[in-house]
Write a protein that binds this ligand. Structure first.
Ligand code: GDP
Length: 445
């Protein structure tokens, strides 16, 4: 799922690497690429339009951050817009004031309702609820039996009409199940209903009648994420025919392009609440728009890193530092100490490494950096006088000995640090012309 979309979006971001700032032409071309990516993923046209408009407006707008480079800025915007079209906040189940809480499942045949009923029941049971599954799919000969098997696997009770009583009335079964739940102290009732292969008035009528009989707190529309563009029509038909309060996406483990998942919230106005990604009981989770967005972007925890960088590196401070670097000799050990502390505030180096996607060789090099090394370096600088920090050339032999004693390290380590600092300063002033993140190039003036 989402593989093609992820690949395409990543190509867009890669194309932005090394760019100093975003021109209008860059923004237009990024927007065009993202548009193609979304259309290829089978995302509904109105959703694509709205998405692209938002990305363009934001990329060109005021909110451009000086702590991030253009590629990171675009990743951030695309991520936030993805979260938005996926529904924003995670939506939790609503419970009845007086138990039982009734959850009704609706959707086409084969969408995965019965399988989901078992998964949801197990999930609720794990949370300490006592759910009962209700078999209101009396259309398919084997449906009741299937639900009973699912219930057994999940270790929950199933309420079904007695066998041998003919086809039976699903509305009556649904109504009676509420009495049963109250008597047997089930606080959650999950009603499985009959689907058809296509949109069908009789199916809608029956589902609406069951809805009226049990007055559910939640009606979950179960949608097979593999169906592509058709999903939008089906979702609209169920919204108009039965109404629903939330969506469950199934078969997210399939290799579909993901258009249904990205369109359904926008098209129906109802949140995606759960996701199924396999045939087993455990292949199920509460749907989190933010996690899904970062999965689509295939960025691992890159997004977390971007957020932390933004929080950690105060923008004006970053500006000031960048201009010092650019001028070479103005960058002092005091500034270096501040930078070290900012990096340490972002957490252990090991965690930061884990957030970098790919980056094989670089990771190995960085893995050699130990938090303790950074802390020792900071300790050495702290043993220096303000004068020495501002002008490291002052640090002669006897001062080195004093600093080494003060910070509990060998003189050779102090030598090392001072040498490396001069080296680094030389390198940084060379590099600053090439546009480091947060450098002056992003400044408005
Ligand atoms: P219903 O007609 O809506 O009740 O659908 P079922 O629950 O009977 O599911 C139809 C088929 O889809 C069954 O073969 C399920 O095993 C399969 N299925 C359901 N959910 C998933 C899922 O998340 N992933 C995969 N791969 N298959 C699923």
């Amino acid at each position: 799922m989402f593989d093609t979309l992820s690949d395409r979006l990543n190509k867009v971001f890669t194309g932005l690497r090394g760019k100093g700032r975003l021109s209008q032409a860059d923004i237009d071309s990024v927007a065009r690429e993202i548009r193609i990516a979304l259309l290829e993923a089978d995302v509904a046209l109105p959703v694509v339009r709205q998405f692209i408009a938002a990305v363009k407006e934001r990329a060109a707008g005021e909110e451009v951050s000086r702590a991030l480079n253009p590629a990171q800025q675009v990743i951030k915007i695309v991520n936030e817009e993805l979260v938005k079209i996926l529904g924003g906040e995670t939506r939790r189940l609503q419970y009845a004031k007086q138990p039982p809480t009734v959850i009704m499942l609706a959707g086409l045949q084969g969408a995965g309702k019965t399988t989901l009923a078992g998964k949801l029941a197990r999930h609720l049971k794990d949370q300490g609820h006592a759910p009962v599954l209700v078999a209101c799919d009396l259309q398919r000969p084997n449906a009741v039996n299937q639900l009973q098997i699912v219930g057994e696997r999940a270790g929950v009770a199933v309420y079904a009409p007695e066998p041998g009583n003919g086809i039976g009335d699903p509305v009556a079964v649904a109504r009676d199940s509420l009495d049963f739940a109250r008597r047997a102290q089930h606080d959650m009732v999950i009603v499985d209903t009959a689907g058809r292969l296509g949109i069908d008035t009789e199916m809608m009528r029956q589902a609406a009648a069951i809805r009226d009989a049990v007055q559910p707190q939640e009606i979950l529309f179960v949608l097979d994420a593999m169906v592509g563009q058709d999903a939008v029509n089906t979702a609209e038909a169920f919204r108009d025919g039965v109404g629903f309060t939330g969506v469950v996406l199934t078969k997210l483990d399939g290799d579909a392009r993901g258009g249904a998942a990205l369109s359904v919230r926008y098209v129906t106005g109802q949140p995606i609440m759960f996701a199924s990604n396999g045939e087993k009981l455990g292949d199920f989770d509460v749907f989190h728009p933010d996690r899904m967005a970062s999965r689509i972007l295939g960025m691992g925890d890159m997004l977390t890193l971007i957020e932390q960088a933004q929080k950690t590196f105060d923008q004006d401070e970053t500006e000031r530092m960048a201009s010092k670097l650019a001028s070479g000799n103005e960058f002092t050990l005091e500034d270096f100490l501040e930078q070290l502390q900012a990096i340490r505030r972002m957490g252990p180096i090991g965690n930061l490494l884990g957030m970098l996607p790919g980056a094989g060789q670089m990771k190995e090099a960085l893995a050699a950096v130990d938090d303790k090394d950074l802390d020792r370096t900071a300790a050495i600088i702290r043993s220096m006088t303000p004068g020495e920090r501002a002008d490291p050339k002052l640090i002669n032999g006897s001062r080195r000995l004093r600093i080494a004693n003060g910070s509990g390290v060998k003189v050779s380590e102090v030598n090392n640090l001072v040498d490396r600092f001069f080296e680094a300063r030389k390198m940084m002033s060379r590099m600053s012309g090439m546009g480091m993140p947060g450098g002056r190039r992003n400044a408005k003036n």
